[in-house]
Design a binder for this molecule. Structure first.
Ligand code: SF4
Length: 75
């Protein structure tokens, strides 16, 4: 399993994460920030545990996020 964390408040809505992992990231029409699909809000940090198969795409998302608010860890 892996864990993905997003500090959503700081998202600038650049869409980069959506482009590399569209099954996991979605742009919100409400506030122009992206949403980590399936994540739970833990005091502003959106946290999701998911399968190892998502590692590569989401590490790429973390690396290209211009404001560095995505973290991916092995559990
Ligand atoms: S790459 Fe970062 S700043 Fe861009 S939409 Fe995703 S979380 Fe937001």
């Amino acid at each position: 399993m892996i864990q993905i964390i997003q500090q959503r408040e700081k998202c600038i809505g650049c869409n980069a994460c959506v482009e590399v992992a569209p099954y996991r990231w979605r742009m919100s029409k409400k506030d122009g920030k992206c949403t980590l699909v399936g994540a739970k809000d833990k005091k502003g940090y959106y946290v999701l545990n998911t399968f190892d198969e998502e590692w590569k795409d989401n590490v790429l998302a973390a690396n290209i996020c211009p404001v560095k608010i995505i973290k991916v860890m092995q559990l």
